[in-house]
Design a protein around this ligand. Structure first.
Ligand code: 13P
Ligand code: 13P
Ligand code: MG
Ligand code: MG
Length: 360
């Protein structure tokens, strides 16, 4: 799963259909020559999302380069000629340098041996950051009030291991749930710094992977938010698909709304156009979900996971929370805190006032 914002229509609202077409064409050609097994191209708001299966394992340069070239092509063939907004936004360098991590696009990879039947759910968010998955991933794999299987399926009783990345110091730690649940929560409750990267079942079975890129930390300035993606396997000794989705029934507050500088509720949305345009105050932050069966590396599906009236109440709650948060205007906690604003243009405003402060 590799994604990038390479330009959008009407500000940061949504992609242009030709961008999707060019990306599809590019990956179809790659599939035909055997570079990848299968693919699905979609979007979350203004982010182009490449879902790919292949047999090369994680972190393979040829796969990373394929995605990089795909985003370049979309930029050159569509975003620039149409003067789309922020054309090529997430492509931070000119040439590909061996690994797409750190070059701008977001990436989540999960290598696994197909089970007898392998439901795989893909989540893609817009106007938020990788830490946005912390709360749902915790609920899915560690909270028995969300995931009934943690209690009633003996295969889940040994729990799950979480790999947490400290995005500031670039170090990771493995924590096991339920034994180390409180330690885990002590970290991931700070989603701007500690981000869940991988989840494995206690026997090592790969269960989930999330993207962890924070563009501003790479670029040293605000260059758009790192709208994240996440891959979650379900069923047969893992949480059921419905248990995975249940974690999104609560529209929790995430960072990344408007100029990447505000908190807002994460609204689960259908991937179809009506709900997948991110408009109000450039938001609110959005998550779309697609469900597949992976069968001999083919992607069977997708199912538009949040296109279910059962999520209407969540969307309504998210709208209500959006109203409430918006009334704070420029005040925290709607606006992010000072550490987070360091990477925006706010420091330039403060610099202007520096000489006018008098000692007391
Ligand atoms: P079905 O009986 O519809 O297969 O559902 C199985 C189930 O328990 C889903 O949670
Ligand atoms: P994107 O990261 O989705 O481009 O959003 C930028 C932004 O801050 C819009 O207000
Ligand atoms: Mg954008
Ligand atoms: Mg985006």
């Amino acid at each position: 799963m590799i994604k990038a914002d390479v330009g959008s229509v009407a500000g940061h609202t949504t992609v242009h259909p030709q961008q999707i077409e060019v990306a599809r064409h590019f990956l179809e050609e790659a599939r035909q020559r055997g570079a990848i097994s299968d693919y699905h191209v979609t979007h979350a708001g203004d982010d182009v999302e490449l879902i790919m299966t292949h047999g090369m394992g994680e972190n393979h340069p040829s796969i990373h380069e394929l995605a990089w070239r795909c985003f370049k092509e979309v930029t050159e063939k569509v975003s620039r000629p149409l003067k789309l907004y922020a054309a090529g936004q997430d492509l931070l360098s000119e040439a590909f340098s061996g690994n797409i991590k750190g070059m701008g696009p977001g990436i989540a990879e999960l290598e696994f041996t197909e089970r007898q039947s392998d439901p795989v759910l893909i989540f893609m968010a817009d106007k938020t950051e990788p830490g946005a998955w912390n709360l749902p991933l915790f609920k899915i794999f560690a909270d028995p009030f969300n995931t009934a299987g943690l209690i009633i399926d003996p295969k889940l009783h040994e729990g799950f291991g979480f790999t947490v990345l400290d995005v500031i110091d670039n170090i990771t730690v493995e924590l096991k749930c339920p034994v180390e649940m409180y330690d885990l929560l002590a970290l991931i409750g700070t989603p701007a710094r500690y981000v869940i990267e991988k989840v494995r079942r206690s026997d090592g079975l790969p269960a989930a992977a999330a993207s962890t890129t924070r563009l501003s930390l790479i670029a040293g300035k605000y260059v758009g938010k790192d709208d994240p993606v996440c891959i979650i396997r379900a069923q047969y000794g893992l949480p059921a698909a419905g248990e995975v989705l249940e974690a999104f029934a609560f529209p929790h507050l995430v960072a990344g709304w408007m100029r990447g500088s505000h908190h807002g509720p994460l609204m689960p949305s259908s991937v179809n156009d009506l709900q997948n345009r991110v408009s109000r105050f450039d938001g609110p932050p959005r998550v779309v979900g697609l469900g597949f069966q992976v069968s001999d590396a083919k992607l069977i599906g997708p199912v538009d996971l949040f296109a279910d009236p059962a999520f209407d109440r969540t969307r309504e709650t998210a709208s209500l929370v959006a109203d409430y948060m918006r009334r704070h205007g420029p005040f925290m906690p709607h606006r992010l805190g000072p550490e987070e604003m360091e990477y925006t243009t706010l420091p330039e405003v403060l610099k202007k006032l520096k000489d006018r402060f008098r000692k007391v």
